[in-house]
Design a protein around this ligand. Structure first.
Ligand code: GTQ
Ligand code: FE2
Length: 358
């Protein structure tokens, strides 16, 4: 809805006066306050593992890990955004070599790591020390001290995601370096897992009232057995077999701003077209398949990343003969917190009935 404003000299003078006062009025031809539907500037992206993997040897030449909290990462950038993989988060791939240390620091953006390749690295979060092995998820809550120390024998590669575009747009970034390279490790080094790791039983007493998950690590074996149990449930029409990593104390998403999910697309699965508000990134744990976003079909395989903007119609398929497993991060907890989450299913022929301007 645009307001008719006649452009005259007296209007130009009036607007000049307003500008000096820090005031604006509707101007001829300017963008309306509202769009009928989300019109994201973020574009769908597909990063292929075959193109990413060869970058790491050059990256480690150019970027040395030094004290001061630096990290060696490839950041997945979106050409439609000035900052971030999506409007709410940055996804990066962290690469760390045997003997290296990513020194201790803390920041208000929350983070998680999902281990892609390698073994033998350990991360310390608020004094709790956890191994990082393939398929493990480790949380770094807001303002928690964290460092990563690699004593293994080969390179380690993991997915890091921080809700940093959201925190930055809210002007709420704080950062501190720890006074030493690494934190001392607590007497019980993996307390959160020992207390809450079963997800079924916990030490007696009042449940934790904190909204932040009391559990810092979600091992691969638990994710895999939960997904295989879920295969006997009715399939999800969009996502086949899908589970969300939860805060075991509340049943809510494991993080406040982002939802982390693991899913299996069984052979022959063809999902429905649908769309929802909020942005998401997939990492292909194993297998291969295809996702159509808008009118574009992305054929992905093990190790690839896919980013899908808000409200873009999309559907997943696994035309092959083996299961595909995906890890996904989206910002639905943020959207839900503000009452902005919406989703809808679309008919298979939605392209025939709707504008094709995506
Ligand atoms: O490992 O602490 O990808 O602080 C970006 C910022 C990783 C980390 C990133 C970070 C980290
Ligand atoms: Fe960090």
């Amino acid at each position: 809805v645009s307001i008719a404003v006649n452009r005259t000299r007296s209007l130009d003078q009036f607007m000049g006066k307003l500008e000096a006062l820090g005031i604006r009025i509707a101007r001829p031809g300017e963008d309306a306050l509202f769009t009928a539907e989300p019109e994201p500037s973020m574009v769908p992206m597909h990063w292929k593992w075959s193109e990413l993997k060869p970058l790491f040897s050059d990256l480690s030449e150019h970027l040395k890990l030094t004290p001061g909290g630096a990290r060696r990462t490839l950041k997945l950038a979106n050409p439609g955004l000035p900052y971030g993989t999506t409007p709410t988060f940055w996804a990066s791939i962290q690469y760390i070599l045997p003997g290296e240390t990513a020194t201790a620091h803390r920041h208000t953006p929350s983070a998680f790591r999902f281990v892609m390749e390698g073994e033998g690295c350990r991360t310390t979060v608020e004094g709790e020390n956890y191994p990082m092995n393939e398929g493990d998820l480790v949380l770094t809550p807001s303002w928690a001290w964290h460092d990563h120390v690699h004593h293994g024998s080969g390179p380690m590669i993991w997915l890091d995601v921080l809700d940093i575009s959201l925190v930055r747009s809210l002007n709420s970034t704080f950062f501190q370096d720890y006074h030493r390279d690494v934190q001392p490790i607590n007497q019980v080094p993996d307390r959160s897992y020992r207390q809450h790791g079963s997800g079924l039983l916990r030490p007696p007493g009042e449940p934790s009232s904190a909204a932040v998950s009391p559990l810092l690590v979600y091992p691969r074996s638990v994710m895999e057995s939960a997904l295989s149990e879920a295969e006997a449930l009715p399939a999800d029409p969009n996502d086949d077999v899908i589970l969300e990593y939860q805060n075991p104390a509340t049943g809510a998403a494991a993080m406040l701003t982002m939802s982390l999910k693991a899913q299996t697309l069984r052979p022959g699965f063809r999902g429905s077209y649908h769309r929802h508000t909020g942005s998401k990134v997939y990492w292909v744990i194993s297998g291969a398949g295809a996702t159509t976003v808008g009118g574009r079909r992305f054929e992905w395989s093990s190790g690839d990343f896919l980013a899908i903007p808000s409200w873009a119609p999309h559907r997943h398929e696994n035309p092959g003969h083996e299961s595909a497993r995906l890890f996904r991060v989206d910002d639905t907890p943020t959207l839900r917190a503000f009452g902005l989450y919406r989703e809808e299913s679309l008919p298979d022929d939605w392209t025939a009935t709707r504008d094709q301007n995506r």
